[in-house]
Design a protein around this ligand. Structure first.
Ligand code: BTN
Length: 242
């Protein structure tokens, strides 16, 4: 059960790093939370800054059988974050593969890492959700937002976390049962479908869909191509959502 074990640190380098170092002694479903990270990181090894005490930052450790499609877990977590925002009166978009946006600004980043051994996949899902932040570093000042900045409400982080854990439990059951209903939610609330994107190789692509396996389906030169999150980075997104 997700959240049955919950470790809390006032300050730590990174909750993802903590799990990578300690997962051998951890139960699946354990949550590791930090009030402040000194070496928080995101995708492409980007630094994940925090405003002490304002963000919700935690990592979830899951043991998953080797035959499961682990890339879908990022979409699963994005769906849980989306529902948590909705429960708090906030409408969001999911920007494949790992961001949740309010309008076009990022409110949450998700980082999935895995360690595969002979028996199972050890999954670390790091979630950084901007809850009560008021200030961001100058580099992300125009592209990041928080639940507080969007609503004027000061949220109780613990309540937001309880709601998020509830959704993660339900979405993980759906993942394990292969019902994958969260993919429909990710598709229906996608920020990218219908937009033009630029891939890291400067190729332009038109986003057509997110398929039942959580892969991005794009059209390049009239040919359909699918990508999993680790295969591609989107350097630009054009064209407003209709
Ligand atoms: C991204 O946007 O690229 C993902 C950001 C993930 C940040 C979270 S905060 C909790 C966990 N610990 C980390 O060092 N990173 C993740």
């Amino acid at each position: 059960m997700i959240g049955k074990k919950h470790l809390q640190f006032h300050e730590i380098d990174s909750t993802n790093t903590y799990i990578k170092q300690n997962y051998k002694n951890m139960e699946s479903g354990t949550i590791v939370q930090a009030n402040h990270q000194t070496k928080g990181y995101g995708r492409m090894n980007r630094i994940w800054h925090d405003e002490i005490g304002k963000n919700l930052m935690f990592s979830l450790y899951l043991k998953v059988p080797l035959n499961e499609d682990i890339t879908m877990l990022t979409q699963m977590a994005a769906s849980s974050v989306y529902k948590t925002l909705k429960d708090n009166g906030i409408n969001a978009y999911i920007k494949w593969p790992n961001d949740v946006l309010i309008g076009s600004k990022k409110v949450c980043g998700i980082l999935l890492e895995s360690i595969i051994d002979k028996e199972e996949a050890h999954i670390i899902i790091g979630i950084g959700l901007n809850v009560n932040n008021k200030l961001f570093q100058k580099e992300i000042n125009t592209t990041a937002t928080s639940m507080h900045l969007e609503t004027g409400i000061t949220f109780t982080k613990e309540n937001v976390l309880i709601t998020l854990i509830t959704h993660l439990n339900n979405d993980f059951i759906s993942y394990i049962n292969h019902s994958h209903e969260y993919i429909d939610l990710v598709r229906e609330n996608s920020y990218l479908i219908g937009k033009e994107v630029e891939l890291q190789d400067q190729q332009k692509a038109h986003v057509v869909d997110i398929d039942s396996k959580g892969r991005l389906v794009v059209k390049i030169d009239n040919k359909l191509k699918t990508f999993i999150g680790s295969e591609v980075s989107l350097t630009n997104v054009y064209q407003n959502k209709e």
